[in-house]
Design a protein around this ligand. Structure first.
Ligand code: SF4
Length: 376
């Protein structure tokens, strides 16, 4: 079975058998050879500012240390001026991406959030986000928004002002939405809703980021199934530009604070199986700040992207995990035998395929080199 992994299409059963085999080094060898074939020796990253627009959220995931209730002193919605300050600083230090991330549709759950947005002249967070993305484009940063599950017309609107967008599938397991499980109090985490949003993005030709969250109670079979859900969506629409293999990280004072995080070898195995399933069809990203000191081991998995690295803002979802500097990441990547190249939030393939609106296109072309990476 291990003979033709570089060439053959694996079905779900074969991938699961392989993942259960314990043959990690052979799996990684095949994944590495696929990465070489399609990505040469290039590992990419983007330079971003992280904008946590609001930490109010209608969901309550068992592992979340980011969410706050209205009334909590650290609960907030960033004001336009606060966002503007971060964007300007990001531009000054050479970032190209504004990563907008926030709790999902808080206005549906909290009347005070709805009232505040209305006071500012907006009917929803998505409505507010649209204007902030326009501001970002004017300042010179390409927006990449993660607005949670949204409707088709909302994606259509946001596509006009975003270079790319994202929604983690996290898991395709409905079981994890049952009471007592990680998503037991999170209506927005029902897989069918998330799949629908990713599907809308495909129909509307939005360069899209998705991924899986490892260690939230899923079985190995459910983990592999999630990869196939993403594969089927990508086969249909050719829009998933990257898949993030993200590890759950226990946060204090959350229901899952005592759940152990996934093992490094499980992160590597999942990335390698994803590479074998997707071949050269999508970029595979592992966040380095969640795996500090293990970057070299991660590079054995067939991954080819480190994701967004911010020189000036924190990862507000994982605030105790600082980003490595570009210099440090470059050194580690080079020592492992690869070149580190900066990209934009939209990958070269989707610039070539023209998956961008006429509002976003001028800035993309200003910032991209001939190959579609960041112009230096
Ligand atoms: S993880 Fe995201 S969706 Fe879940 S509660 Fe936190 S902010 Fe909301």
């Amino acid at each position: 079975m291990l003979n033709n992994l570089e060439e053959e299409d694996l079905d779900f059963e074969e991938a699961l058998t392989l993942a259960s085999s314990g043959n990690l080094s052979e799996i990684c060898k095949a994944a590495d050879s696929i990465r070489k074939k399609y990505y040469d020796n290039i590992i990419t990253f983007s330079s971003n500012v992280f904008i946590p627009l609001t930490n109010y959220c209608r969901n309550s995931c068992g592992y979340c240390g980011f969410r706050r209730e209205p009334g909590n002193p650290s609960g907030r919605i960033m004001k336009p001026d606060e966002v503007k300050t971060v964007l300007i600083k990001g531009k000054e230090v050479g970032c190209t991406e504004a990563l907008f991330t926030f709790g999902e549709k808080p206005e549906e759950k909290y009347p005070e959030v709805k009232e505040l947005l209305e006071e500012w002249g907006y009917s929803s967070t998505v409505d507010y986000l649209y204007d902030l993305c326009l501001m970002s484009l004017e300042i010179g940063l390409l927006p990449h928004s993660n607005p949670g599950i949204i409707e088709r017309d909302e994606i259509k609107k946001l596509k006009q002002v975003n270079a790319s967008m994202g929604l983690m599938l996290e898991t395709s397991s409905e079981r994890l939405c049952e009471p007592g499980e990680a998503h037991g109090h999170s209506p927005g985490k029902l897989p069918k809703h998330r799949i629908k949003t990713i599907e809308y993005a495909g129909e509307l030709r939005v360069p899209f980021t998705s991924g899986v969250l490892l260690g939230i109670g899923e079985t190995l079979g459910e983990r592999i199934e999630s990869i196939y859900v993403l594969k089927n969506l990508h086969d249909k629409y050719d829009h998933i530009q990257e898949i993030i293999i993200q590890n759950f990280d226990p946060k204090p004072n959350t229901p899952m604070e005592n759940v152990p995080p996934p093992r490094l070898k499980d992160i590597i195995l999942t990335a390698a199986i994803t590479r074998l399933v997707f071949k050269g069809e999508t970029n595979i990203q592992i966040p380095p700040n969640l795996n500090i000191k293990h970057e070299r081991e991660l590079l054995t998995s067939g991954m080819n992207d480190w994701g967004g690295i911010s020189p000036i803002t924190a990862d507000e979802i994982n605030p105790t995990h600082s980003w490595p500097s570009k210099k440090k990441l470059g050194k580690i990547t080079k020592e492992a035998g690869f070149s580190l190249i900066e990209r934009l939030p939209i990958y070269p393939k989707y610039i070539q395929k023209n998956y961008i609106s006429s509002i976003v296109a001028p800035l993309v072309h200003e910032l991209a080199d001939k190959k579609g990476y960041r112009k230096m």
